[in-house]
Design a binder for this molecule. Structure first.
Ligand SMILES: O=C(O)C1=C[C@@H](OP(=O)(O)O)[C@@H](O)[C@H](O)C1
Ligand SMILES: C=C(OP(=O)(O)O)C(=O)O
Length: 438
């Protein structure tokens, strides 16, 4: 199906309404894999329907896992471990949450598999994970460039009871090893100790992993962020039913719209009880001057109205804990009362695109000044009268497309190129957006 070439943003004066969020990508792909590995059948409700979950579902099906889809957002998964299909070529699109955990699970289970993705996936690092798994005894080869997919997994003989994982490039490598750990102990009969080397980034995603593993019966013993022990009797057991909460990263665009467009904007599906680190984006808009009210599973934001010449407070913030929602903060900087600095975001360079470069380039098109370094970005707000009409390139990055929708509140005409790239995590984003803007 061909994608829309571009979408012209309306000139917005007010943002108001209620949004029911799609399911969390991070939770959806984790519970799909955990359910596939667990004893028993799990009924998953609230599942995200998107490119990233589609590749995980397709891979599990190909691996012989029984999936009964009740609707787009509801599926029953009957676990089987090890997977019955021992040879497969798996296509992982550009989903980090699919390729990394599946690589670890398949390498530990044994079999002969290849995992590949879209061209950008072949530029996204996987070396630290492969290194750790090899040290553990897994056999993995690079089919292209060393350190990157595509990769080939071969049968392994013995697995060790210790593994070290580098945590400074992506937390998904540690997530992958932790999720595969019960399969390793099932094979070796011994507890597995996972040691983190380097400074672990994106820590809240590890909390999601540990929280969900516990829901499937595996409690991990930990020493801070340094060491994790998975006991010899660890086994995944289906929790029966599991509900996927709304996506907190997807919520960030609407919370931001409430902050610049008057509001109130209410997101339903995440709140004070969320297990996702990105709910902390509510604190970011609050610090910038918005009023935030938090309920168990809803957040409401009312703010200034930039269409009336009001401004948000500028920030200088370390965003290492919320790298995805941080992109929304970079877009909010357009409307601040001074330069805004985002620090400790080196991981942006190895995501869907080089996000530091992409944000800097595209924010400039609107009339903003921007500067960057290896792990930081500074954005100067656009002065009144300085807004420029622009066609925003989105680099096949859903978050670039979604966060530039905030420019509907600027003083120029804005075109979003390839808006369909939002299908990675939020296929209906622009329809939902249009329901909020007045
Ligand atoms: O584990 C996860 O679900 C994710 C971890 C983060 O990646 P990094 O750990 O690479 O920062 C995040 O950016 C990604 O969208 C989802
Ligand atoms: C970095 C992201 O995705 P992935 O899970 O592919 O790493 C993202 O969704 O912003």
């Amino acid at each position: 199906m061909s994608r829309l070439e571009y979408l012209d943003l309306p000139s917005a004066k007010h943002a108001q309404g209620v949004v029911t969020l799609p399911g969390s990508k991070s939770i959806s792909n984790r519970v799909l894999l955990l359910s596939a590995l667990a004893q028993g059948t799990t009924r998953i409700e609230g599942l995200l329907e998107s490119d990233d979950t589609a590749v995980m579902l397709a891979a599990l099906k190909q691996l012989g896992v029984q999936l009964d889809q009740h609707s787009a957002h509801s599926v029953s998964v009957t676990g089987v471990s090890p997977f019955p299909v021992k040879h497969a070529q798996l296509f992982m699109g550009n989903a980090g949450t699919a390729i990394r955990p599946l690589t670890a699970a398949l390498a530990v289970m044994g079999g002969h598999y290849t995992l590949s993705g879209v061209p950008r996936m072949h530029e996204r690092p996987i070396g630290d994970l492969v290194e750790g798994l090899r040290e553990m005894g897994a056999h993995i080869h690079y089919l292209g460039q060393s350190g990157y997919p595509p990769i080939e997994i071969l049968e392994s003989a013995h697995l060790s009871d210790r593994v070290r994982v580098q945590g400074s490039v992506s937390s998904q490598f540690l997530t992958a090893v932790l999720m595969a750990a019960p399969l390793a102990v099932a094979r070796s009969g011994r507890a597995l100790t996972v040691e983190v080397i380097g400074e672990l980034i994106s820590k809240p995603y590890i909390e999601i992993t540990l929280n969900l593993m516990a829901r499937y019966g595996v409690k991990v013993e930990r020493q801070g962020w340094q060491q994790f022990v998975i006991h010899a009797d660890a086994v995944y057991r289906s929790p029966g039913n599991i509900f996927v909460e709304g996506d907190a990263s997807s919520a960030s665009y609407f919370l931001a719209l409430g902050a610049i467009g008057g509001g109130p904007v209410r997101v339903v599906g995440v709140g004070a009880q969320s297990i996702q680190g990105d709910v902390a984006f509510a604190d970011v808009v609050q610090a910038m001057g918005a009023q935030v009210s938090r309920e168990e599973s809803a957040i409401e934001v009312s703010g200034i109205n930039v269409a009336k010449g009001q401004k948000l407070k500028a920030f200088d913030t370390d965003f290492n804990l919320i790298p995805d929602a941080a992109m929304t903060a970079a877009a909010l900087a357009l409307f601040a009362d001074g330069p805004c600095t985002l620090r400790n975001i080196a991981s942006w360079r190895v995501k869907e695109t080089d996000r530091i470069h992409a944000m800097e380039t595209e924010l400039r098109k609107l009339g903003a000044r921007a500067e960057s370094g290896p792990d930081w970005l500074r954005v100067f707000p656009v002065e009144p009268g300085q807004w420029r009409d622009a066609a925003i390139d989105t680099y096949d990055d859903h978050r670039v497309a979604m966060c530039f929708s905030l420019a509907a509140f600027g003083q120029s005409r804005v075109r979003i190129m390839d808006p369909g790239c939002v299908s990675k995590t939020f296929p209906t984003y622009f329809d939902v957006l249009s329901g909020l803007l007045k």
